[in-house]
Design a protein around this ligand. Structure first.
Ligand SMILES: NC(=O)c1ccc[n+]([C@@H]2O[C@H](COP(=O)([O-])OP(=O)(O)OC[C@H]3O[C@@H](n4cnc5c(N)ncnc54)[C@H](OP(=O)(O)O)[C@@H]3O)[C@@H](O)[C@H]2O)c1
Length: 250
């Protein structure tokens, strides 16, 4: 199926590894020019090389710590300088943050910034541009909110979902879609910090109907569809890519 993504442009945060890297590679293979953002320059350069070798559209890269206060303005300026315009924004940077039930305040503050505020601020930087063009697609990579223990990241990802639904309602008249993609347990460095291989083998078959963790490509496939013109009538939704892990409807 042609996703009609050829010659589109995208900004992807957290593109150096894991889900963001797979999403960038998949978009590049579909003809999308991406501005790939993260802190690790070496990984971003290897991403450019991999995409060039595979014959995709080589992404521009931007080295940025998303936590610094001026990051949203700097990323938006870099995007509008490197790309002719921005069709797609993928808010992906983040990390799992399991905490004690009385976990330290600074960890909660960092999670608030990394998993909610910076995404909201970057989106707000780019929205006037999208509204002016009367087109755009914003996809937020969130997380499950059915955990049985405190994880500060998941709390703010849930906030992203509520904010995204509100935005979707207001931006529909401008032809802009806003959706969330909720990964379950996907095999990335982020998850390998929390589950050893032995824990994964013991946990996955009994907790996940499809029997194992997913791959970054499983998420990239859904993400690429959701930001494509093929998904033009889908907005304000949450798409789960979790092998059936979730327990409740959302
Ligand atoms: N994998 C899963 O099962 C799963 C489940 C639920 C939710 N998620 C969410 O999916 C997203 C991607 O996760 P992942 O599993 O792919 O994690 P990952 O492999 O650890 O990748 C995280 C990405 O975020 C970037 N990042 C982290 N902190 C940053 C900062 N301060 N400034 C700039 N970039 C930063 C990292 O880049 P640098 O280190 O190079 O800066 C990296 O590219 C996250 O939002 C995560 O919460 C993942």
């Amino acid at each position: 199926m042609d996703l009609y993504l050829d010659k589109k442009t995208a900004v992807v945060t957290g593109a150096s590894q894991g889900l963001g890297r797979a999403i960038t590679k998949t978009l590049a293979a579909e003809g999308v020019k991406v501005l790939a953002i993260a802190r690790n320059e070496e990984l971003l350069k290897s991403l450019q090389q991999e995409i060039a070798a595979a014959g995709g559209v080589v992404p521009e890269i931007w080295i940025q710590d998303f936590l610094v206060p001026e990051a949203p303005q700097q990323i938006a300026a870099a995007a509008l300088a490197a790309l002719p315009h921005v069709d797609i924004l993928i808010n992906n940077a983040g990390r799992s943050r399991p905490l004690d039930i009385v976990g330290p305040d600074d960890e909660w503050q960092q999670a608030l910034l990394l998993d909610f505020d910076r995404h909201r601020q970057l989106t707000q930087q780019l929205l006037p541009h999208m509204i002016g063009r009367r087109q755009g697609s914003v996809l937020n990579i969130t997380s499950t909110y059915e955990l049985r223990a405190i994880n500060a990241s998941a709390v703010f990802k849930a906030s992203i979902t509520v904010w995204a639904k509100q935005l979707a309602a207001q931006l529909g008249p401008y032809g802009i879609t806003v959706n969330c993609l909720q990964p379950g347990l996907i095999d990335t460095a982020n998850i390998r910090r929390v589950f050893t291989d032995d824990q994964r083998r013991a946990y996955a078959p009994q907790a996940i109907p499809l029997g194992d963790f997913g791959t970054p490509q499983d998420v990239a496939n859904m993400a690429t569809f959701l930001v494509s013109p093929r998904a033009k009538y889908i907005t304000g939704t949450v798409a789960a890519v979790d092998g059936g892990l979730r327990n409740y409807a959302f």
